[in-house]
Design a binder for this molecule. Structure first.
Ligand code: GCB
Length: 728
């Protein structure tokens, strides 16, 4: 029999590096912690890019009853980022990669007293990914640690954290059958494998035929089967699996079980305000509830392997998943082996999940690296590895917007996707539409998707004239209205994922009124508030729960004679009531806009097929300053147009490219832009020298770049004065 003991309590935590020999000294006194645990739950979320990245230790004495059994293994579900495991001072294992599980064997190494000491490090280095990315690299034993006691004859436990059983269902939609191959790894003479009530004895693997198969059919019916395997000595493993068929067409997008099934969804990071990445099962379940409410069909689980509990939830709830490794932003020549081992572990550990459709090779890897031979080779090796380990799934990668579409790197994965932030960081919303139209026209036979898009919003900020870069809830909503429409008109996009479902920690960021947070979430970091844009997607995607949502509930004080009331709903008719009287009704889809005069304080009520929502707004005489992030810039809208400019000299109306072509003017701009990039965190700072990005920015006027960066009035005027002093 297999016995699993979760080692939750009784860990002694040392917040610095110590020698393994001295670990026992820390069993008394000091800090005791309960797992899951991270040491960066506070300093990794408060901005400043100054969270502790170093080595810490977790020490625990194993009780005799915990170590019983013939063979004993220890399993770490996640140790971020590099871990070394010691038993009574002797090293048992080292593991590089903070997101995959690994195990070590304790059999034959146990003594009378058993002291387990684990060093965990999230220190920066040049070999273990991720090293440069827009999220906090929390350190710690942030998932469960378990002791697994098994008989002498047992399923394999060490190799790449394997579950010991691999299930491959192949569905024949016409015959309505599934051929299910079950492979196992063990040290016994034979194994009994059972699928769907049928049992076979085999050396290692067996094949079954399920007739009249019950399909795993996405959100509608995510039916799961179980395959189990048992050794004569009693050790047993099992895996749930789903019988489904995925197809991806360059013209028609994604197909599930032979029917068109557009993958429309969101990305998720595994962290939570105040807890970091040390999530409990209930935190994962609560996130899944929000995803179900949204009605997404797909999730991109970025940018690394997520917890097994979460892939399980995806299986159970019928989500279709993009899984990936943290090969991100910057290629490290010394990191090749690590990308391969992280991919091997991802596939080994996640293979059986029916929800997973694609393996992601990398994310924006050319943002801070050139496409050279080494980077290409690394991708080819990863791609081949995926195909060798899994012939049933496709590979993909998330390309950075400035990667040329004819770059050879795009030919490596089976299918591609782009992360595009036009209308947020750079450029206008419509450039997204143009990008995909051009790509699809140029490469009609290539599958293309939209792996990231989003805009930051702090729900404290509001405006009736939302603009790119203002961090208002209203601009985020407008941005997503555009994107939703763009996507609906392009069914060939094989998958689209909003960046991000939740705000998340990026300790290097300091913007939009918050420190250390990326605020592109549709829901706040603590999950307490759904921003308006959340309801836009709910209106478009959730087919089951009728609802109506009034936008702008937090935008109470409005300084205008007439105001827009915007309603998101998945019903086709919406009625609007002001102070109890019906003022309008509208038929339509998803977004309903009304305009009403503002006289004083009003009770607004929207109704659609019995669903209701209410809010209070009021007219004020002065703009509510608390709604404005960049007060200085907002108060001087258009001041510049009135200025008299000398056309023979430079001004902020010139493009960045024009200004740069002059050495004197160019040097001033260079220094200013470097400062701006560092406020947006590590990644902005690292990519600022990318040639394609520079080219794209070169075409924009200085004034639009400044507006977007949130520069204040005095700095803008000052820069203009300086530029006006430089002859063209
Ligand atoms: C990206 C990255 C993601 C960032 C995001 C952003 O392209 O892939 O990790 O968080 O942009 O918000 O800038």
């Amino acid at each position: 029999m297999r016995k699993i003991t979760v080692l939750r309590d009784g860990w002694h935590f040392v917040r610095r590096n110590i020698s393994p020999e001295s670990a026992a000294d820390y069993l008394t006194g000091g800090e005791t912690v309960t797992l899951p645990h991270t040491w960066n739950s506070i300093d990794g979320q408060d901005g400043g890019n100054d969270y502790y990245r170093g080595t810490c230790w977790y020490i625990r004495e194993l009780a005799p009853e915990e170590t019983s059994g013939e063979c004993l293994f220890i399993e770490f579900a996640g140790a971020a980022m590099t871990a070394e495991v010691y038993l009574n001072g002797a090293k048992l294992a080292r593991h590089e990669g903070g997101f995959s599980a690994f195990r070590a064997e304790l059999t034959g190494k146990l003594g009378e007293k058993n002291i387990l000491a684990v060093s965990v490090s999230n220190e920066d280095n040049a070999t273990v990914y991720p090293q440069k990315a827009d999220f906090t690299f929390y350190g710690g034993l942030y998932r469960e640690v378990r002791l697994i006691s098994v008989p002498a004859e047992h399923f394999e436990l060490l190799k790449d954290g394997t579950p010991g059983i691999k299930v491959t269902p192949e569905v024949d939609l016409t015959a309505h059958t599934a051929k299910v191959t079950v492979e196992t790894w063990h040290n016994a003479g034979s194994v009994e494998i059972t699928v769907n009530g049928e049992t076979r004895t085999a050396e290692h693997s067996a094949t079954f035929l399920i007739r009249d198969v019950h399909l795993w059919d996405g959100l509608d019916d995510p039916y799961l089967y179980t395959a189990s395997a048992k050794l004569p000595g009693g050790d047993e493993v099992s895996a749930r699996f789903g019988c489904r068929r995925f197809e991806i067409d360059p013209q028609k997008g994604f197909f599930l079980n032979g029917r068109s099934y557009p993958l429309r969804g969101v990305s998720r990071h595994q962290d939570l305000k105040g807890k970091g990445n040390a999530l409990l099962a209930e935190d994962h379940a609560a996130d899944m509830e929000i995803i179900r409410e949204l009605g997404a069909t797909s999730l991109r689980l970025a940018h690394y392997q997520h917890a097994q509990e979460f892939y399980d939830l995806c299986d159970e709830n019928g989500l279709i998943v993009w899984a990936e490794i943290p090969y991100i932003t910057m290629h490290m020549p010394g990191g090749r082996e690590n990308t391969l081992s992280q991919m091997r572990e991802l596939i080994t550990q996640c293979y059986n999940h029916p929800s997973i459709a694609v393996w992601g090779l990398s994310n924006e890897i050319t943002a801070a690296s050139a496409v050279d031979g080494d980077l290409l080779e690394n991708h080819r090796l990863l791609n081949d590895l995926c195909h060798r380990m899994d012939s049933t799934r496709r590979t993909t990668m998330a390309d950075v917007f400035m990667l040329e579409t004819d770059s050879p790197i795009l030919r490596v994965p089976d299918i591609n996707s782009y992360n595009l932030y036009f209308g947020w960081y750079l450029g206008e919303l419509e450039q997204t539409d143009e990008f995909f139209d051009e790509y699809h026209a140029k490469y009609p036979d290539r599958v293309i998707g939209f792996s990231e898009y989003g805009a930051d919003a702090n729900p404290a900020f509001h405006s009736s004239r939302p603009e790119k870069g203002d961090y208002t809830e209203e601009y985020q909503a407008l941005y997503h209205e555009h994107m939703l429409n763009m996507i609906e008109q392009r069914p060939y996009l094989w998958a689209t994922h909003v960046w991000n479902l939740f705000d998340f920690a990026a300790d290097g960021r300091d913007e939009g009124g918050k420190h250390g947070e990326n605020q592109k979430g549709l829901v706040t970091f603590d999950r307490s508030l759904r921003k308006d844009a959340f309801y836009l997607y709910k209106a478009a995607w959730n087919k089951n729960e009728p609802f109506v949502h009034l936008c702008g509930k937090r935008y109470v004080n409005r300084c205008e004679e007439e105001t827009e009331i915007k309603v998101y709903s998945n019903r086709s008719e919406v009625s609007l009531y002001v102070d109890g009287a019906k003022v309008a009704a509208q038929s339509g889809k998803t977004v309903f806009r009304f305009r009403i005069p503002l006289l004083g304080e009003h009770l607004i009520h929207a109704e659609a097929n019995g669903c209701n929502d209410v809010m209070c707004i009021r007219r004020v005489n002065e703009p509510d300053e608390s709604y404005i992030f960049n007060k200085a810039a907002a108060s001087v809208t258009n001041w510049f147009d009135a200025d008299e400019l000398d056309p023979s000299c430079f001004s902020i109306n010139d493009t960045l490219g024009e200004i740069r072509s002059n050495p004197q003017a160019g040097a001033i701009i260079e220094a200013m832009m470097a400062r701006g990039a560092s406020e947006r965190g590590d990644v902005a700072d690292a990519v600022k020298d990318n040639p394609a990005l520079q080219r794209m920015m070169g075409r924009m006027t200085m004034v639009s770049l400044l507006k977007q960066s949130g520069a204040d009035e005095e700095s803008i005027k000052q820069l203009n004065r300086v530029l006006q002093g430089i002859k063209k």
